[in-house]
Design a protein around this ligand. Structure first.
Ligand code: PLP
Length: 453
């Protein structure tokens, strides 16, 4: 820190404060974790300075032998860990991994047939007329993805994201009574809509997804099944999600982030069948520029860690903790979307349970040293900004060594904060969806316990 402080002390201070916050507060954000020192050190070094566009052994720059080593290692660990035919370790983030996957499928299913029809091998050789036709065809493709309020992700075809502008999108949701994915409704929708891609995967769904059934539906309508396992990749790596619940044997293409339950550096990755390998490897220059060699080095380290037997214990503990948290919350009277958790996520309906918006609950918890995020629940009456839900996840606290007994206590702390929080009012005295009123003594007492834990 002193080296940084000598240049810009405010950055050094912010780093120091961030470390203190992450130590003192209870980190319950479902997409966060604590990467190991080995992973962090692999990321903070001179690899960051190297350009290496291209793929292993086939670069557009000289001097890439060390980048080749780490990229090949990251891909090898990923293939072995997930049992995938091919792994592409270059995406800088989850959103990039999804873009690589979308364009790999578009290249395979739209561009390649157009090139074959025109009798050329390269897009540059298409006539202007054929090129105009192909560009139109790219914009006319359909995607079926999980709706945002049921727990899907913005990159699965929603308008604020480029995927919603690239694809004609339709959503599948969950059953209004059980909160679970309704596979028969999904099948009917897929038959009518005939999408090019069906996207499975989620950011806020607390249950398991049956990827065998999803593939069956995709095959029936001629769609490619893409699974975005960003959230639960650590549970797949740790062999907690197996059989029908492991996406890799079922989907033609799987994307992930490396920094959530997988506990690696911030980044993305694509796994696929050999049939899509060449298209996936064109992620650069299709949607990526130069790879981040320092992050690929850290991915290789984190994936090596995830191949160790201890990681299986960790993944199982993440799920055990999530169930214990669910039970602890429900025993105290909280309403959970779907009535429980089978993975690392719990979604508390704070409007029904505590008469609060997600925004009020999130800030009351933060005042008490508990870091969460507000989240929509299905058919959310408070909309996507204020929301009626709080999403909590166990990957980070499990890394810190907390077990099921502590989870029950954490459930008690959350319940205590939310039962003592009142909705606030605006300056004009109207009810506010953002403000909360919480006794400072309660906030202080809970914060101190959060730090001790
Ligand atoms: N996919 C899913 C399912 C996610 O939950 C997220 C992030 O929250 C992403 C993709 C995007 O990841 P990133 O923030 O690395 O772009």
């Amino acid at each position: 820190l002193e080296v940084i402080r000598a240049v810009e002390p405010r950055v050094a201070d912010a780093i120091g404060q961030e470390v203190a916050d992450q130590r003192e507060m209870l980190k319950l954000i479902a997409s966060e974790n604590y990467a190991s020192p080995a992973t962090l050190l692999a990321m903070g070094n001179w690899f960051s300075d190297k350009y290496a566009e291209g793929t292993v052994g086939r670069r557009f720059y000289a001097g890439c032998r060390n980048v080749d080593t780490v990229e090949a290692l990251a891909a090898e660990h990923a293939r072995e860990l997930f049992g995938a035919e091919h792994a592409y370790a270059q995406p800088h983030s989850g959103i990039d991994a999804n873009l690589v996957a979308f364009w790999a499928v578009l290249a395979d299913r739209v561009e390649a047939p157009a090139l074959a029809k025109a009798g050329v091998r390269n897009v540059n050789d298409l006539s202007e007329v054929d090129w105009a036709e192909l560009r139109q065809a790219f914009g006319n493709q359909r995607m079926l993805g999980m709706s945002l309020d049921a727990g899907g992700h913005l990159t699965h075809g929603f308008r604020p994201n480029i995927s919603g502008k690239m694809f004609d999108q339709r959503s599948y949701g969950t059953d209004p009574t059980t909160g679970l994915i309704d596979y028969e409704a999904l099948r009917t929708s897929a038959r009518e809509f005939k999408p090019l891609i069906i996207v499975a995967g989620y950011s806020a769904y607390p249950r398991l997804v049956n990827f065998r059934v999803m593939r069956e539906i995709a095959d029936e309508v001629g769609a490619t099944l893409m699974v975005d396992m960003a959230h639960f990749a650590g549970l797949v790596a740790g062999k907690v999600l197996t059989g029908d619940f492991d996406p890799v044997p079922h989907a033609q293409i799987v994307t992930t982030t490396t920094h959530k339950s997988l506990r690696g550096p911030r980044g993305g990755m694509v796994l696929c069948d050999d049939s899509l390998k060449d298209q996936v490897d064109r992620g650069c220059p299709m949607v990526l520029g130069g790879p981040l060699p320092h992050v690929m080095a850290a991915k290789a380290v984190a994936l090596a860690e995830a191949r160790r037997p201890e990681f299986r214990d960790y993944a199982q503990a993440v799920v055990d903790n999530s169930r214990a948290l669910a039970e602890g919350l429900m025993r105290r009277g909280a309403t959970l979307v779907t009535g429980g958790s089978d993975n690392h996520i719990n979604l508390i309906d704070v409007a029904t349970s505590y008469g609060l918006t997600g925004r009020q609950a999130e800030s009351a918890l933060l005042d008490s040293g508990i870091v969460t995020n507000r989240n929509s629940i299905p058919a959310d009456p408070n909309g996507a900004w204020y929301t009626s839900g709080i999403r909590i996840g166990t990957p980070a606290l499990t890394t810190r060594g907390l077990g099921t007994a502590e989870m029950d206590e954490v459930a008690g702390l959350i319940d205590r904060v939310l039962t003592t929080t009142e909705p606030g009012t605006t300056a004009k005295g109207a009810p506010s969806k953002a403000q909360h009123v919480l006794d400072a003594k309660v906030a202080d007492e809970i914060s101190r316990r959060a730090t001790d834990l």
